[in-house]
Design a protein around this ligand. Sequence first.
Ligand code: OGA
Ligand code: ZN
Length: 366
Amino acid sequence: MAGAESLEIRWSDGTEGEIPYIWLRDTDPSGFHPHTGERTFDLTKVPLDIVPHDTEVTSDALLVTWNDGETPSRFGLDWIKAHRPGRPRHDPADLFPVAWRADLSGAGVPRHDARGLLASDAALADWQRDTKRYGISIVTGLADSTEAGTQVARRVGRLRETNFGLTFEVVSTPDPNNLAYTSDALPLHTDLTNQELPPGYQFLHCLANEAEGGGSTFCDGVAVAEYLRARDNEAFDVLSTVTVPFRFQDGGTDIRARKTVITLDTRGGVSEICFNAHLADILDLEPTRLKSFYRAYRLFMEMTRDPAYGIALKLSGGEMVIIDNRRLLHGREAFDPSTGFRHLHGCYVDRGEWDSRLRVLENSLN
Ligand code: OGA
Ligand code: ZN
């Protein structure tokens, strides 16, 4: 049935859809490059209120003739049903997160063996899904070489280079430019909040963890933020609207960004956490806002350390923890370098690379 601006289609199984004409014109298969699949159609060449000259439904297709003399558009009826406006496109990487608390425990963190991930696409996809849902996993059985961890990361995608390099060594050094490169405790944080886009997944491959101390802590920032929303809505509002200045500076760099601690998606869900007390720059808010900010920020900081929300574990040589750095907070206990060697080798892979790999794997496996 044709209306003023749309076509109503009723499929044989009873499904009904309203298909605006402008969408049909914009989606005409001939408006996409035959090799790249990119849209080549220029929307400004047709009026917004375009109406077809004629439409015809056959047993398996919809044919639309326009007034511009172009060849009629042909759409498969099944194709239109699957892609009709108002239906979000299926995305194999769109996985519902499992929010977790202390009861997950270190033992409940998903574990996957490195040999499997390297040898099998199905095992790789399984691990990627687990890691994305929980925001954390541990890969076991890595060789005692700094290449072993990055080899797994490269199975996913390109490494995200930062001012600390393509990969970085977390060891206690006498002349550190980052608290991670000391033997001090690191309170729960997300990495590189001073970057325009903080890295997505962080890979920390443990080569040695023989010193006293040096245990790891993690909490699910989304679960903590939801806890804050329920307990103190005003504080939640402040942390999702007021931006914190973050900064890293050394001899060669001065990288700054302003971020809210909590980012919400368009439906009001918590989509991202940006929390790093050691990278927060001198706070520059007006005094009245500053007080309400400190109240909210301090409360969130306390909540990240609530034993009901955190898990603790100590990585051993040959294990690698992978965390979604834009969701989970991670920290470590202080360690005593005189009692043994501690060495983690790190790198990042952004969320976009992660999801792309997962989609490609799903397509090839199904
Ligand atoms: C880091 C970090 C944790 C650790 O390098 O970003 O937080 O266990 N390291 O050393
Ligand atoms: Zn860190």
